[in-house]
Design a protein around this ligand. Structure first.
Ligand code: GRF
Length: 209
C-alpha cells in the first residue's frame, strides 16, 4: 500500500482528481494519509474533510523565519511516514532537507510541457499567459519528480493540449486541467504504487505492467 501526502494551496481540483481516482479504482493499493495546506482558506481542505482525509495547515507566515518553518514542515510530514509526497498546486518552496530526504519520492504537476514555460515565475495563470503571449499552438501538462531546481527533475508523464484561437489564460488553464492534469496525476501515482517507475541517469524509465 502506497501511503501518500498531498500538498495543496488552493482549489484542489488535482487533489479531487486523486480522491476520485482512488474511489473509482483508477488508483489502487494507495492511501491518501494526509492533505497538507499552507493556506487555511484553501478549498482543497474542504475537499479533504468531505472525503474523510486528515489534513493539516502549516504556513511560513506563522514562523519567524524560513528555517523554522522548514524544520517544522518536515517534522510534521515525517510523522505520517508516507512513501510519496504529491505537490498538487502547492505554492511553497520545498525545503532542501526534504528534497534530499525524499529523493525521487516527491512529484509535482506543472501545467505546461516542460522545459517550456517552467521555472521561476511560471506558476498558476502566468504559465498560460506565457503560452498565449508566445503564440505556441500546443501546450500541456507534465508530472515530474522534484529535485533541487525549479521544475528541473526527471519527467514522469506528459500530455499535450491544443491552444485555440480565442483562448484566454483562464480558458486555457481549464482545458489543460481537464484534458491533461486530472488524468496525468492519478496515472503517475498508480504507476508509482505498482513500482513501475525507476529513475536511471536522471531520466524516468517506465516498466511494462
Ligand atoms: C494546477 O494548474 C497545477 O498544475 C498547478 O497549480 C494548479 C492547481 O490547481 N501547479 P488545483 O488547486 O489542483 O485546482
Amino acid at each position: 500500500m502506497l501511503k501518500i501526502a498531498v500538498c495543496v494551496s488552493g482549489g484542489g481540483t488535482n487533489l479531487q482528481a486523486l480522491l476520485d481516482a482512488v474511489d473509482s479504482g483508477v488508483i489502487t493499493d494507495t492511501k491518501i494519509s494526509v492533505v497538507i495546506s499552507n493556506n487555511k482558506n484553501a478549498y482543497a481542505l474542504e475537499r479533504a474533510a468531505k472525503a474523510g482525509i486528515e489534513s493539516l495547515c502549516i504556513s511560513p507566515k506563522d514562523f519567524h523565519n524560513r528555517e523554522e518553518f522548514n524544520r517544522e514542515f518536515l517534522r510534521k510530514l515525517n510523522t505520517y511516514q508516507v512513501d510519496l509526497v504529491v505537490l498538487a498546486g502547492f505554492l511553497v518552496v520545498i525545503p532542501p532537507e526534504m528534497i534530499s530526504q525524499y529523493k525521487n519520492r516527491i512529484i509535482n504537476i506543472h501545467p505546461s510541457l516542460i522545459p517550456s514555460f517552467c521555472g521561476k515565475g511560471y506558476y498558476g495563470l502566468k504559465v498560460h499567459e506565457g503560452v498565449l503571449n508566445r503564440g505556441v499552438k500546443i501546450t500541456g501538462a507534465t508530472v515530474h519528480f522534484v529535485d533541487e531546481g525549479t521544475d528541473t527533475g526527471p519527467i514522469i508523464l506528459q500530455k499535450e493540449v491544443l491552444v485555440k484561437e480565442n483562448d484566454t489564460p483562464e480558458i486555457l488553464q481549464r482545458r489543460v486541467m481537464e484534458e491533461a492534469e486530472w488524468n496525468l496525476l492519478p496515472k503517475a501515482v498508480e504507476l508509482i504504487a505498482h513500482n513501475r517507475i525507476q529513475v536511471k541517469d536522471g531520466k524516468v524509465v517506465i516498466t511494462e505492467g
